[in-house]
Design a protein around this ligand. Structure first.
Ligand SMILES: [Zn+2]
Length: 285
């Protein structure tokens, strides 16, 4: 039985409070929506802190974003939510926030796509970055559209993160998982880099999805970049081929970054560079 609208309103208030309490949003950032039925979406109002909402503040809109009920107006970021509902009939809730660590990865242009945590692999697969779009224009929904058919969680370039699920709390927990994953990834990189799960181990985790009935909108695929301009059809994970091994030190992909020859990049520390220059100067004398 579908939850009553009153219940959904108070659930949105509670999720907004949690987003704010955890620092996933500042000021009036972020928005939440829930599908009430085939024709109506309940969503948070604009210009309100998501930490201090009340159930009566919500707006009811149709799938085109036209307001059906409510005193306040919905956020201009609603367009992105509506695009998700159009592309994913299975999705009943969308959460958008700006959690600082995940958004840091989105700003740095680094997707959360390395095979690192079994929990993340089985639930989200990978968290790609949807291309930057000017807020409140059609650019952002377009960028989201390319990835949302295959993913339940996205980073939005230079903006934030978006999660979706069959119900509101599941979408909210995916936001927690993304921010937690970003935090762990950052710490691991500060400590010298992740050790990655091998492709073989990722295949084993993918099989677990089936046996535990974990819903995912698309299968995991290893490495191989999505061709440009094509909608994502699988969850691209970076996991090295290492037969018989479960954990492998992170190495940059040979095909793209370690191309041998004149174009290869060499990194030196300041000390090494200074030593080379000093040696060259000495040999000139
Ligand atoms: Zn935003």
């Amino acid at each position: 039985m579908a939850a009553s609208e009153d219940r959904v309103r108070s659930d949105i208030v509670e999720v907004g409070r949690r987003l704010y309490a955890r620092g996933y949003v500042a000021s009036n950032d972020g928005n939440i929506s829930v599908r009430l039925d085939d024709a109506r979406i309940l969503t948070t109002p604009k210009s309100v802190s998501k930490g201090f909402m009340s159930p009566d503040m919500m707006c009811v809109v149709d799938l085109e974003g036209r307001k059906l009920a409510g005193e306040r107006d919905p956020s201009s970021e609603l367009l992105m939510h509506l695009e998700v509902y159009r592309q994913r009939p299975d999705v009943r809730a969308v959460v958008h926030a700006h959690p600082p660590l995940a958004t840091g990865f989105a700003v740095a242009g680094i997707p959360l796509d390395r095979a690192v945590l079994a929990e993340v692999i089985t639930t989200l697969g990978s968290v790609p970055i949807a291309e930057y779009g000017t807020p409140s224009t059609r650019e952002l929904p377009e960028a989201v559209r390319r990835y949302i058919k295959a993913h339940d969680g996205l980073l939005l370039a230079n903006h934030g993160a978006l999660t979706v699920a069959h119900e509101l709390y599941a979408a909210y927990y995916k936001m927690e998982t993304i921010e937690h994953f970003a935090k762990i990834s950052l710490v691991a990189r500060l400590l010298g880099g992740e050790r990655l799960l091998s492709a073989e181990e990722v295949a084993r985790l993918q099989a677990l999805r089936g046996s535990y009935g974990i819903a995912a909108p698309a299968p995991i695929c290893i490495d191989g970049d999505q061709p440009a301009g094509v909608d994502a059809s699988c969850q691209v994970v970076r996991a090295p081929d290492a037969p018989g091994l479960r954990l492998v030190p992170e190495t940059r992909r040979a095909s793209r970054e370690d191309r041998p020859g004149d174009e290869a990049e060499i990194r030196l520390t300041y000390r090494e560079l200074t030593a080379l220059i000093e040696e060259a100067v000495r040999s000139l004398r």
